[in-house]
Design a protein around this ligand. Sequence first.
Ligand SMILES: [Zn+2]
Length: 109
Amino acid sequence: MAKPPSADREAQTAIASRLAEVGFALPGTLLERRMSCGKPGCRCKADPPRLHGPYHQWTRTIDGKTVTRRLTDEQAVVYGPWFANARRLRALVNELEALSLRIFERAEG
Ligand SMILES: [Zn+2]
């Protein structure tokens, strides 16, 4: 098997250094949701409805089940970037896998 060309190794090193810059990463998504409640005559039932919120809703899958948890405004400020970090992490892993596949297929046919 031939060694990968230096351009490939440079591309791998570039991905690795970007991976090293990713901070903490939380799984799932953080959404802002507005909701109606069950209280009769509440403003959220008016026409037009004025919904409650926004609430920060963290949704993720655990053992195939969707789990949601509400975060406070303060928690959303602190942990919000961690969800973006997780997306960046996945994008970089995909990039590394695509690069490795190209190298493999070029070398092995
Ligand atoms: Zn309401």
